[in-house]
Design a protein around this ligand. Structure first.
Ligand code: URA
Length: 265
C-alpha cells in the first residue's frame, strides 16, 4: 500500500512538471544519486552526454580573460574544503551594507545546500519568505524548485542553491544594475568555492548576470555554456512556471539533460 502511495505521489509531481509519459530508455532506470558514484568510477566518455546540444561559449570560459568590472573580484579564500571556503566568503559578506537593499532586509540570504554539490542552482533574489527565513527558494516557487530537483532523484541537500542578489528588493522589484554589480562578486566566489560540475541559471536575470549577455531566457534556454569550469544550463525560473505551467515540459527536458551530464562524469 505504501509503495502504491509513493508511486502515486511520484506520478503526481511528474504530471505537475508536465511529463506526460515514461520511457523504456535505460537512463530512466538509474537513480542520479547512484549516478554520482557511477560517474566517479567510470572514465568519462568522449563527447557530450546528449546528442549535440548547441554550445555557445560564454565570455567567462576557463582559461580565457573574463570581462571584469571594478567590483568583480572577491578573492576566493585558500581553504582545504569547499565548506571552509564558503564560510570564509560568508564572513567577508558580514552584515553587508554595500548597497541600499540592506536597509529593507530582515535576513541576508546567502545560500543553502551541500558545499560539495556537483549541481548548483542560481536564482534572482530572495522574496518575502526567503527574507523571513534566511534560506533561498522556500516560498511557492521554491517548493516547485524542490520538486524539480527531486524529479531527477536528488534532494535539496545534494545540491547548492543561491541567488545573484542576497537581500530582498523592496516589493520584489527587479534588482538595479548597481545592486547586481555590488552583489555578484559574492556569487562568483561561491561558484569558485564549490566548483560544481553543472550550474542551472534560473530565469532571465540569473542567466544574463552569469553569462554577461542581454539575451532573454527564451533565446538562452536549450543551450549549454562553458562557465567557470562548469557547464551552465539556463532554464525557466520556477516563478515563471507557476504562471506558465505549459513550459514545465521544457524544464523537464533540461533536467533530463542535466541528469545525463552528471552521469557522464
Ligand atoms: N526567487 C528567486 O529568484 N530566489 C529565491 O530565493 C526565491 C524566489
Amino acid at each position: 500500500m505504501k509503495r502504491a502511495e509513493e508511486l502515486a505521489g511520484h506520478l503526481a509531481y511528474f504530471s505537475e512538471l508536465g511529463v506526460a509519459g515514461v520511457s523504456r530508455d535505460r537512463a530512466w532506470r538509474v537513480r542520479p544519486a547512484d549516478a554520482y558514484a557511477e560517474a566517479a568510477a567510470k572514465p568519462s566518455p568522449a563527447g557530450d552526454p546528449e546528442p549535440a546540444p548547441a554550445r555557445t561559449p560564454a565570455p567567462a570560459v576557463a582559461g580565457q580573460p573574463l570581462e571584469i568590472s571594478m567590483f568583480d573580484q572577491v578573492a576566493v579564500p585558500e581553504a582545504a574544503t569547499a565548506a571552509d571556503r564558503l564560510r570564509l566568503i560568508r564572513e567577508e559578506l558580514g552584515d553587508c551594507t554595500r548597497c541600499g537593499l540592506h536597509a529593507g532586509r530582515k535576513t541576508l540570504v546567502y545560500g543553502v545546500g551541500s558545499p560539495d554539490a556537483q549541481l548548483m542552482f542560481v536564482g534572482e533574489a530572495p522574496g518575502r519568505d526567503e527574507d523571513l527565513q534566511g534560506i533561498p527558494f522556500v516560498g511557492r516557487a521554491g517548493q516547485l524548485l524542490t520538486r524539480i530537483i527531486e524529479s531527477i532523484d536528488l534532494r535539496r541537500e545534494d545540491v547548492y542553491i543561491a541567488n545573484v542578489i542576497k537581500c530582498r528588493p523592496p516589493g520584489n522589484r527587479n534588482p538595479t544594475p548597481e545592486e547586481v554589480r555590488t552583489c555578484e562578486p559574492f556569487l562568483f566566489a561561491q561558484v569558485d568555492a564549490i566548483r560544481p560540475r553543472v550550474i542551472v541559471a534560473l530565469g532571465t536575470f540569473a542567466a544574463r548576470t552569469l553569462l554577461r549577455t542581454d539575451d532573454p531566457i527564451s533565446r538562452l534556454r536549450g543551450r549549454v555554456f562553458d562557465y567557470r569550469g562548469a557547464q551552465l544550463v539556463p532554464t525557466f525560473h520556477p516563478a515563471f512556471l507557476l504562471r506558465s505551467p505549459d513550459r514545465k515540459r521544457d524544464v523537464w527536458e533540461d533536467m533530463k539533460k542535466i541528469r545525463a551530464m552528471l552521469r557522464a562524469g
